[in-house]
Design a protein around this ligand. Sequence first.
Ligand code: THU
Length: 134
Amino acid sequence: MSNEKLLTLAREALQHSYSPYSQFRVGAALLTDSGRLFTGCNIENSSFSLTICAERTALFKAVSEGETVFSKMLIVSDADDFITPCGACRQVISDLAGNIDIILTNARGEMQHKKISDLLPLAFGQESLSKKHK
Ligand code: THU
């Protein structure tokens, strides 16, 4: 699936953003290796810390439907600057999706291509848990 198509779908998801506190809408489109597409938006909460970002919404939707192998995720917002995933999402994407391609976009539809390893070097992961001193 083309990145332009992912951008269109992420923008559609952004329309569903529930962000009355920040007024900052985010959309994400996640493609699996098998070609399935999952979108997500940010969903805020009056207990602010319970907010979930668009990236994790999309990824959790996919994992909850049995998907385990991913290809790329595109992220969009209304901002002029390129939207970049928060630290929590970087960790969750790295852990559940591995070193996938991340496409950052701005309001003009321009794209920047990153890997999760660019955004989260020296990631903590499942293998880190087995490296403790015995
Ligand atoms: N947010 C996302 O959904 N994804 C990001 O990459 C950055 C931040 C959301 C969380 C919150 O609802 C709002 O944007 C402002 O932080």
